[in-house]
Design a protein around this ligand. Structure first.
Ligand code: NAG
Ligand code: NAG
Ligand code: NAG
Ligand code: NAG
Length: 263
């Protein structure tokens, strides 16, 4: 079932390739372009809001994102801390924080980690990305299940900023500074997000490993109007087959959010 939504999107994308980018056409084009690059913004395909018995009222259901999104203006920085999960079934997933993955069509600033379990082996990788530049991996920064990781992305302008990943358990950190020379496409600074993602690989969703629960703590965003918490965030959950949620997210407090794997 999970490929159904995707293949219809890809069909739509090829059908509208020369059409002006608006509404669903723009959405589809964006999805297929991003899918080819293995990097995914929010995919507004199956969007529904608490309509089936299994769905939670007031949660937004999408195919690839679970967590919280705040739509606002003047977003300068987003931070969140989480314990790296140890997946218990084969597959992958990602946890990250970002600016502009939701509604900005020109750029996205994001950073986080991915996990992959294959038999008894679990691997992790830390990364940062400023779309449309490709995702880069901090391969020399070891991440392991149980580590407490703090991720912070900061926009110092619409075309420059930093991504910082800290291992709070060891007090180590790694960062990348995006400069305007490498960051050609501006972000909008209009949304902040804390996300667990079932991402695409070769146009298919990766098997979504059972990660148990990822809890983002010390979550906040700095905007030109001040620091904001999760109070006004929209809650997102993953659903690739109508009425069959794969995650359950909940806001615990103004600074914490839990995303639980369901199936
Ligand atoms: C890591 O996750 C992102 C989605 O957040 C995905 O685009 C990327 O392909 C993944 N990379 C690896 C090596 O799994
Ligand atoms: C998990 O992956 C391993 C390694 O690829 C494989 O041997 C095993 O059969 C897989 N387990 C399941 C339940 O698919
Ligand atoms: C992060 O902390 C863990 C201990 O929780 C340690 O094993 C690991 O090596 C640390 N990674 C880095 C890059 O410092
Ligand atoms: C990025 O800039 C900050 C402050 O200017 C500096 O402390 C940090 O080392 C830089 N990171 C890299 C990877 O150059």
């Amino acid at each position: 079932m999970k490929l159904l939504a995707l293949s219809s999107v890809l069909l739509l994308a090829s059908a509208v390739i020369a059409a002006p980018k608006s509404g669903p056409a723009r959405e589809a084009s964006r999805v297929s372009r991003r899918a080819g690059r293995k990097s995914q913004p929010l995919q507004k395909i199956d969007s529904s809001t608490g309509t089936s018995a299994a769905e939670a009222a007031d949660h937004v259901y999408e195919t690839n994102w679970a967590g919280a999104v705040i739509e606002t203006t003047g977003v300068q920085s987003v931070t969140g801390t989480f314990v790296v999960p140890v997946p218990t079934t084969n597959g992958s997933g990602a946890a990250w924080v970002g600016i502009d993955g939701n509604d900005c069509y020109t750029g996205i600033l994001q950073s986080g980690i991915n996990w992959t379990k294959s038999g008894s082996k679990v691997t992790y990788v830390a990364w940062y990305e400023w779309y449309p530049a490709s995702m880069e991996y901090w391969t020399d920064f070891a991440v392991d299940g149980g580590d407490t990781i703090k991720v912070t992305v900061t926009a110092t302008s619409t075309r420059s900023g930093t991504a910082v990943l800290e291992n709070l358990t060891q007090d180590t950190s790694i960062s990348h500074n995006f400069t305007t020379s490498e960051t050609l496409s501006p972000i909008c600074q209009t949304d902040a997000e804390w996300i667990v993602e079932d991402y695409l690989e070769s146009f298919e969703f990766v098997t979504f490993a059972d990660f148990g629960k990822v809890t983002f703590t010390d979550a906040s965003a700095v905007t030109t109007a001040g620091t904001i918490g999760l109070g006004d965030a929209d809650i997102y959950d993953i659903e690739q087959e109508t009425g069959v949620p794969r995650t359950n997210s909940s806001i615990i407090s103004d600074s914490s959010l839990a995303v639980s794997w369901i199936q």
